[in-house]
Design a binder for this molecule. Sequence first.
Ligand code: NZQ
Ligand code: ZN
Length: 397
Amino acid sequence: MKINAGRHNMQDFTYVNKTEIHFGHDRIQSELRPVLERFGKRVLLTYGGGSIKKNGLYDQVKDLLGGFDIFELSGIAPNPKIDSVREGQKIAKAENVDVILAVGGGSVIDASKVIGSAKFYEGDPWDLVINPSLRKEIDQVPVVDILTLAATGTEMNYGSVISNPETNQKLGTYGPKSPAVSFEDPELTYSVSKWQTAAGAIDIMSHLFEQYFDNAANKDVQDGLKEGIMRADIKWADTALQEPENYDARANLMWASTMALNGIVGLGNENGWTVHPIEHEVSAYYDITHGVGLGILTPRWMQYVLSAETAPKFAQYGRNVWHLTGDDDMTVAKAAIQKTYDWIKSLDVPMTLPEVGIDSDEHFQAMAESAVKVGQLDKHAYVSLQPSDVVKIFEAS
Ligand code: NZQ
Ligand code: ZN
């Protein structure tokens, strides 16, 4: 384990994000048609396992789109599988679609972005996941989305995470375009289960942690943004669990999802992410809910990397997010990690790997090696980790 305590200046950056956000109550009613008309008449409608049929959104969308040529891809699963992308590629090519309308959570939107690239690719879309640079060379069908779950930030970023169950891989890929337009109506998240609400809130928090614990120093603007979003996430996650139809809670969580991962709060950063690459291995092997996996691993990672060198940053987090007091950084840092653990537990999610069905260490070594390789944890992490370190984090979980 090596601390990359470079403590460098804020890094140079260029920031462009062309996603148009339409936030608020029932904006699709009058705006979905004109938005889609900008891109064309041939629409690939993508969605998941049926939540949009249960809550009425599917019928509303279909009613709004009279006169459009609509082709459907349903059944996109959580931790979206490459087979759904393959199916979408076939439809997108055969029907020469102009635009993809993704209605759902991160899984539906992630898969839709890759389908958007796959329309212009002749080979197997898994190539576009393992070799994302291919996507930079080809066009991407515009994606318009109606977000139904606050968590991933995919509604305003370039990323997708796609799973291949045959190879036990779950990998990130980045396209040339973020969604063209995202509709964010907090009321559409009223029907999200407690489990997914909690997982979403943890995912948002983790995105902020991944970008907060970084060795570029004196990023006061970015740190303040992240601390503010963390406080909002903590405050409103609990309310959303108690009162699923509380508009302010759902609205704050939805905007937190977008702001935590549209690139803004990470500008000037030096390091890559750590807990996400580790969690993606767990989801790749065991298909667990992403946010729940993060909730289990995050406090263990924090404990593992806490040292005299990292304590000041953890103490800053504790003071500014949890309002902890005291002059001794190590004491405040330890209390902040405990607060993090207690908050996740209060959301009523499993806190150990055995509780999500992982009661053997048989894959720990392979998962650790892959996490280090994919996430470059030995080179670019906040605190460098070797596979043996990641195995210890699994064992502590
Ligand atoms: O499939 P349906 O029936 O729609 O049900 C979904 C699914 O079962 C349900 N759901 C969604 N909206 C609902 C709803 N149920 C009731 N009411 C609603 N309004 O929730 C379940 C989970 O959906 P999913 O889309 O999988 O959740 P989430 O938005 O958390 O996305 C998770 C995926 O995104 C990836 C994760 O790894 C995971 O594969 N991530 C994507 C990122 C990105 N593109 O930037 C970054 C993240 O770190 C993350 O890795
Ligand atoms: Zn995430």
